[in-house]
Design a protein around this ligand. Structure first.
Ligand code: ZN
Ligand code: ZN
Length: 249
């Protein structure tokens, strides 16, 4: 019964496909954004979030190692949990209309960021901070490549969180993939050190783009939402000196 779940035709596209797409999306987004931070071109300085020059980043090689290790760890967990996931309504049949697909992805973007706020605040409790989340806060002035630089438990938690709404709702696998690609853009942009006004994250009401999470790394306390500043506004947890749309002094 338990093992029969692995004969399900959705197993490979949902578990292996989603992991591969997620890893590839992060690599494709993070490589050029990291190159920009390393080169610090004059023409892009006005988009740089922090006023100081990016520090020489010591974490490039270890970030790549963590990207690989964390994704393989999460893949193992999802493979083990597949018999549970297989009970969901994740679908391989005809994909929904573009309008429905976009509406579902946008809903996931808002729901995930809201839930992430709660989990992230929990990670800042003294015990979890010391044993888990402090790894991610090694990064003070992030570069895009550091987006997956975190403790495996934190990576598994955020990964499970991202999968939860899509699994509960039972969406088409193509919608899951589109959502995961977007989620990797969030992970990349939030750590890129640059706020480009034409980034798609600025299309979402309530968002402050990459500035929001960058300020979290600079201050450590406050700005717990992913990129939706409105959530921290709602709970009164802005980082010290943080003003939406402005550089941190
Ligand atoms: Zn971060
Ligand atoms: Zn944090």
């Amino acid at each position: 019964m338990w093992f029969a779940a692995y004969d399900d035709p959705r197993f490979v596209p949902v578990v292996v496909g989603t992991t591969a797409i997620s890893m590839l999306a992060f690599a494709v987004f993070a490589a050029p954004m990291t190159w920009i931070a390393a080169r610090d071109p004059l023409s892009l300085r006005r988009f740089r979030i922090q006023s100081r020059r990016p520090r020489e980043q010591q974490l490039v090689a270890s970030s790549i190692a963590r990207w690989l290790g964390n994704n393989l760890f999460l893949l193992g967990l999802v493979v083990a949990a597949w018999p549970l996931l297989a009970m969901s309504n994740l679908r391989l049949d005809a994909p929904p209309s573009a309008l429905v697909a976009v509406a579902q992805v946008v809903a996931f973007i808002y729901v995930d960021d809201f839930l992430y706020y709660g989990v992230h605040r929990g990670l800042h409790s003294p015990f979890l901070y010391r044993h888990v989340h402090s790894v991610h806060h090694t990064i003070l002035t992030p570069w895009a490549v550091t987006g997956h630089f975190m403790h495996p438990i934190e990576f598994a938690l955020t990964g499970a969180l991202a999968l939860l709404p899509a699994t509960l709702l039972g969406v088409h696998v193509s919608v899951l993939w589109a959502w995961v690609v977007w989620r990797q853009w969030e992970a990349t942009e939030g750590h890129s050190g640059y706020d480009f006004p034409y980034s798609p994250s600025h299309l979402f009401p309530g968002s402050d783009g990459a500035r929001h999470h960058d300020a979290h790394h600079a201050r450590v306390k406050g700005n717990y939402a992913g990129f939706f500043a409105y959530v921290d506004g709602l709970f009164g947890t802005f980082a010290r000196g943080y003003v939406r749309g402005k550089k941190l002094e």
